[in-house]
Design a protein around this ligand. Structure first.
Ligand code: DGP
Length: 113
């Protein structure tokens, strides 16, 4: 049976995506439905369902360091950006593999809707 996790399949390149960065710990690819001029998802190679299930501090650090690096290479580090981890139903999480949204390139409203 094929892996039901969409992002695990993207990590393994079974499903095409526009990957812009990868290292031993994380893979980053463009969101299929961008909500800002730059909208990248950073995911761990290892399957972790949500932030609620994350116990590996090194993995979480790798996600955030990759997010900051992507902001620099995307040219939004100085103008500003948002790194968001939607978690659970009220948090708006729709894919059950923890991921950081890196969004920028326009002024983002606060608070989010
Ligand atoms: P969230 O709602 O926080 O779980 O974010 C999931 C994001 O994943 C959402 O912004 C859309 C994106 N997404 C869903 N399916 C795909 C896909 O097949 N490819 C890519 N690149 N992004 C996807």
């Amino acid at each position: 049976m094929s892996d039901p996790c969409l992002f695990c399949r993207i990590v393994r390149k079974e499903i095409p995506s526009t990957i812009i960065f990868e290292n031993d710990h994380v893979v980053a690819f463009r969101d299929i439905d961008p909500k800002a001029p730059t909208h990248v998802l950073v995911v761990p190679r290892e399957h972790v369902s949500s932030l609620n299930d994350a116990t590996d501090g090194a993995m979480l650090g790798a996600l955030l360091l990759a997010a900051a690096g992507i902001a620099r290479t995307e040219g939004i580090a100085e103008s500003g950006y948002r790194a968001v981890i939607n978690t659970g139903g009220d948090g708006g999480q729709s894919v059950g593999h923890v991921h950081v949204h890196v969004m920028g390139g326009r002024r983002l409203a606060w608070p989010p809707g």
